[in-house]
Design a protein around this ligand. Sequence first.
Ligand code: ZN
Ligand code: ZN
Length: 347
Amino acid sequence: MSVTLLKKAKTMEPSFPNKSTKIFGGESSGILNWNDIKYPHWYKMYKRLVGNYWQADEINMSSDVKQFDMLTEEEQNAYLKIIGLLSTLDAPQTRTALLLSLYATDSSVQSIMAVIAQQEAVHNESYSYVLSSVVSLKEQNEAFQLGRTDPILLKRNKRLIEGYNQFVEEPSIENILKTLVYTSLLEGLFFYSGFAFFYNLARDNKMVGTSTMISYINRDELEHGRFISELFRATLAEYPDYNTETFIDWVYNEFSMAVDLEIEWSSYVLEDVEGIDLEEMSGYIKYRANKMLRLLGLSEIYPENVENPMKWIRAYVDNIDGTKTDFFEQKSRQYTKTSDLNGFDDL
Ligand code: ZN
Ligand code: ZN
């Protein structure tokens, strides 16, 4: 198969129909009527995404400011490392969401990706926000260097970064499909050992402001992962020539490598953190991989891990099956919205 590079979608083309002919590489005028789109149920996704709107400084960090110094040294290190990690995932995601939308020839997809990109921008801001609440500028900057310097983190992000950059160099259908797979790994797998660390602190009533923020990010990432899987399945259905054994094997292989790297990373960063069982964490990572594969329309590859081994996490976030438990939803109402930067005034 020779590689056909896609052109960026035209901004407006009156000779094309309003309703898109294909998600990528199709035709659409650029005019969007949500009541007449190719995949009607995506309107609900759009509404859910917009409904999740939040921003960083709604979260009161004043108790976290006091508590950070009382954490063990190991907890403080893990806190900074994990915020550093999360920022290496959300920063490229802001841009990748935008890049995908530039090639999308379906205005509903462009709108949804615009909301996702906006949320990724908020996630990035929130890492600066929490770090500026608890450590000096020097330590903040050190945490944000990790994505460029920490060998285990670099190893862990390598394939994702290469895949994302490949799409920039060569915007083909195949590279879009691969980017969607990497995005699904990012949204559905790579964040979760980091999230678990903060929820584990919250179990001890530590750093509850940070964990509240993480639960908002977590809720967004679950929605993003869900939409990206939809996009993957629909694109593959529109381009059945790409639905080959070789390609699907590639997907399974990427998942299996990503799981191994994620287990290595989580063991490294959570090694000395009390309350997290690394064996359970590795089961949780495999469980997340199974979930994302199922969303992509594929089979589970870890038959031992179809159940969540860290069920306590469910209390902290909406989970993807739609059973809503809302520990933080209730809790967050007790916070007063603060516009004072980081709640420092409460000190
Ligand atoms: Zn994000
Ligand atoms: Zn996301």
